[in-house]
Each structure stands twice: as C-alpha cells, then as structure tokens.
Design a protein around this ligand. Sequence first.
Ligand SMILES: [Zn+2]
Length: 116
Amino acid sequence: MEQVPYLDWGDSRHFDHTQDRPCCLCGRPTPLRSHAGEPVHKVCAEAWNAAHPGEARRYSKPVKDRPQQDIGTWRFHNDGPVTDQRVPVLGQVITTNALPGRLTASEQRQGGLFAA
Ligand SMILES: [Zn+2]
C-alpha cells in the first residue's frame, strides 16, 4: 500500500474540546477540525489528500538553501506558515513619514519656528 503523508496538526485549534461532530468524510464523531473548521479525523484528511493528488497543493514558504515542501492540499494541510498561492499580489503599500501634524527632525530642532 502507498504511504500516506502525515499531516502536522499539532496546533490546539484542531481540537474542539466542546463537542464531537460527524466527520465530513466518514461520518463518525470526531473532536478534530480542519483549518477551515470542518470536522474531520486526521487520518481521514490524510487519506483524502492521498486520494486527491490533483487537488491544489500548498507549499511551505521558500527558505534559503531549502526547497519548498508540499504540505498538503488546500482543504487539508499542515500547520505553520504557508505560501498563499490564491491571494493576488497585494497593491503597493504606501508608507510615508510625513504624517499630518508631525514635525521633521529639522523642524523640531528649530522648535517649530521658521527663520525670517
Ligand atoms: Zn473520519
């Protein structure tokens, strides 16, 4: 049998201690939740990932000298920072030091007074 990659779900948000709900894949009760909040057994999620190799994948952030790692599908993936491939490139963030009512260093030295 093919080896199914394990998911890293160490984060406590995967465990809903308030109630068991039917697993979205097998229907048996589970306290576990996916990142999207779907009730699902971890083993069911791992099996689903293995059974859906064509699903959109997620990858770890690129790190120098280390290739990106496949960390699961969009539906079920590992904890930790991931490269969000679906978010469009964000618009340029405009930053400025010229906040209203704020004096420049030069103006502060002059006590806000102008030379006449
Ligand atoms: Zn299940």
